[in-house]
Design a protein around this ligand. Sequence first.
Ligand SMILES: C[S@@+](CC[C@H](N)C(=O)[O-])C[C@H]1O[C@@H](n2cnc3c(N)ncnc32)[C@H](O)[C@@H]1O
Length: 236
Amino acid sequence: MMTETEEPRRERSTEAFFGRRNGKTLRPLQRSIRDELLPLLKLDLSQAAPNDLRGLFTAQVDKVRLEIGFGGGEHLLHEAARFPTSGFIGVEPFVNSMAKLVVDLHDNPLQNIRLYDDDATQVLDWLPEASLDGIDLFYPDPWPKKKHWKRRFVSQKNLDRFARVLKPGSPFRFASDIDTYVNWALQHCREHGDFEWQAETSADWHTPYEAWPSTRYEQKAHREGRIGAYLTFLRR
Ligand SMILES: C[S@@+](CC[C@H](N)C(=O)[O-])C[C@H]1O[C@@H](n2cnc3c(N)ncnc32)[C@H](O)[C@@H]1O
């Protein structure tokens, strides 16, 4: 039986989410801030998406970008502060990561962030066609064992979703420290046909994005001796 303070445990909620949703029990203050603020920031997928996504934000924005699986939120917060006239949708199903981000936003409010705390495929299917100016997927769960590769977020089905919601010419940015996932992403994007890889030379793989703040997962990879590859694909 669940107590009042427990979160529902799910290993797999929908087709593309296979990870853990819960870690340590939230501290009472963290929980109360999350409970107060997340409902205000969370996208309501039970309502039709607005045709013009800019209306989702209190800030006046001229672009809208999506970050899938923001983890500690280092990049999402950094980009949202760097581009106050862009709106950012951040998706993260891991309860503790979402609570951390909501507390960060409580302490340092930004008017150009909206959130969603479940599987990003739900948001992708909700968004109107050609409505996004960029999708970031940094260090997605690697699923290194071959028998689990089919769980990887990059798949033909999810690339179809990306292709539907991205405006032509907009970037899908991907980073990973797992060689087989980097090759997997390159191969899937090549086979898909709607994405063009932007790289002048193979050295570009290891050149971080402009003003890259790094992320918690990347720092751990570096400590363990793995370096990231940064790939940018443009929606044709
Ligand atoms: C390895 S972590 C990387 C986090 C962060 N991007 C970083 O670089 O530190 C992958 C994140 O993706 C999230 N995730 C996994 N499946 C997801 C899905 N279907 N939709 C959205 N996020 C997902 C996980 O909860 C996890 O926080």
